[in-house]
Design a protein around this ligand. Structure first.
Ligand SMILES: *Cc1c(COP(=O)(O)O)cnc(C)c1O
Length: 417
């Protein structure tokens, strides 16, 4: 199949192009880690280069993506939702990562990294999770490859994403609650790294987004670029041309960079990342890292982050657990500074509107993360920001089953956008 052939090829060439030496994207990225971790990161980098140079590795990955993940995922238009935009001739194409096995894009990366772990002879996998989607994806691949699986999750996230906690347990993972700090993703990352440092010989740290020290941002981006490569071919086939706008939500940034990357050299394609403005950026209760943050060091890399005047990491808020993170991947930081991608932030209320609009117009229940992208697209239409006859490509990063309780509670007490 053409698409899969393309994926393998591009994984290879992408890893050779960016980032530049020492894992930098412009001034962002790098490896800000304790000396004890440096060796493990360099070993991972070597293994990754080796794997990507190996046709056997790439063939196995592509076959698993097809047979076990269900790739290529669907791309289809959403005419009733598009009608809500109020702009004549516009077409919106939805990339259905929610249809991938386990219900989100996270599995693309989890699968690729599990193959790397196996190649390194590591049979114990450590991971952090926020919404639980990454934890579920990791627990799934650990079951597939007979690996033991320890997932760290903030205690507050466990409470609001209890269904995913149960899924991880059923899949055989050990879920360890994290009570320190803000009891969320940031704290789960800290605990995962602590565990990794103590078990470097037999454990692999399977990072869930394009953040963290090099080489993780490159590895995760390459494994997620399958989204954009497929979508590019699918849009070209359906429209006969490239989209005018490509829109994706941004937490750590993996579904966004995976979608954006194959379009970066197409100057006519506008790349729009949508962050979580929570209760409003002005309230301070948000997770709009690129829109409202400043560069600094977070989780082993130099990138935009949300920090207070003393350089302390700020407490974040989003209705979407998967976006509730004060950092962002270094490559997106670079794309912001160069102006190649633009970033907008929408509130919890706008995201809920996006979720309900897609549910009722198309029968698709989006995850609250993806709903930020949908809500922003609705807003663009309503504000008259879309040209007539323009083509939009929107990443539906995951399904909304995990968010049903939150969404129905908020329905009975709707907030203002
Ligand atoms: C985890 C998650 C996100 C946010 O992570 P990124 O790395 O920014 O993609 C977005 N959508 C869904 C459905 C998720 O599970």
């Amino acid at each position: 199949m053409v698409l899969h052939h393309g994926v393998a090829q591009s994984c290879r060439s992408l890893s050779g192009t960016a980032p530049n030496v020492r894992g930098r994207f412009g001034r962002y990225g790098g490896r800000y880690v304790p000396e004890g971790l440096m060796g493990a990161l360099l070993e991972l980098e070597d293994t990754y280069q080796d794997a990507m140079d190996s046709p056997g590795f790439r063939n196995e990955l592509n076959e698993l993506l097809r047979e076990r993940v269900g790739r290529p995922t669907l791309l289809h238009s959403i005419p009733r939702f598009t009608g809500l935009l109020g702009t004549p001739g516009v077409r919106v194409w939805l990339k259905r990562e929610d249809m991938a096995h386990t219900g989100a894009h996270k599995i693309n990366n989890a699968l690729g990294q599990a193959l790397l772990a196996r190649r390194m002879g590591k049979r114990r996998i450590i991971a952090e999770t926020g919404a639980g989607q990454h934890g579920v994806a990791v627990a799934t691949v650990c079951a597939m490859f007979d690996m033991s699986c320890v997932i760290y999750m903030g205690a507050d996230d466990m409470a609001r994403q209890s269904m995913n906690v149960l899924r991880m347990k059923v899949l055989g993972a050990e879920v360890r609650p994290v009570y320190s700090g803000g009891r969320r993703l940031k704290d789960a990352i800290t605990e995962s790294v602590r565990d990794w440092v103590a078990h470097l010989d037999d454990s692999y740290y399977l990072l869930g987004s394009v953040a963290g020290p090099a080489p993780y941002p490159t590895i995760v981006r390459d494994f997620q670029t399958v989204i954009g490569l497929e979508a590019r071919e699918q849009v070209l086939r359906s429209e006969g041309r490239l989209p005018d706008n490509v829109v994706a939500c941004v937490g750590g940034g993996s579904n966004a960079i995976g979608m954006f990357h194959p379009f970066i050299d197409d100057p006519g394609v506008r790349l729009i990342g949508v962050e979580a403005a929570g209760r409003g950026v002005a309230t301070g209760d948000h997770a709009a890292t690129l829109s409202a943050g400043t560069p600094g060091e977070v989780d082993g890399a130099y990138s935009y982050l949300l920090q207070d005047e003393d350089g302390q990491i700020a407490r974040t808020h989003s209705i979407a657990a998967g976006l509730d993170y004060p950092g962002v991947g270094p490559e997106l930081s670079h794309l912001k500074d160069t102006g190649r991608a633009e970033f907008r932030a929408v509130t919890d209320a706008v995201a809920l509107r996006g979720m309900h609009a897609l549910s009722r117009s198309e029968g698709i229940v989006a995850g609250l993360e993806s709903a930020h992208a949908l809500g922003h697209v609705l807003g663009m239409g309503e504000r008259g920001e879309l040209a007539p006859d323009s083509v939009l490509l929107v990443c539906l990063s995951g399904r909304g089953d995990k968010d049903l309780e939150i969404a129905t509670n908020e329905l009975s007490a709707p907030a203002d956008a």
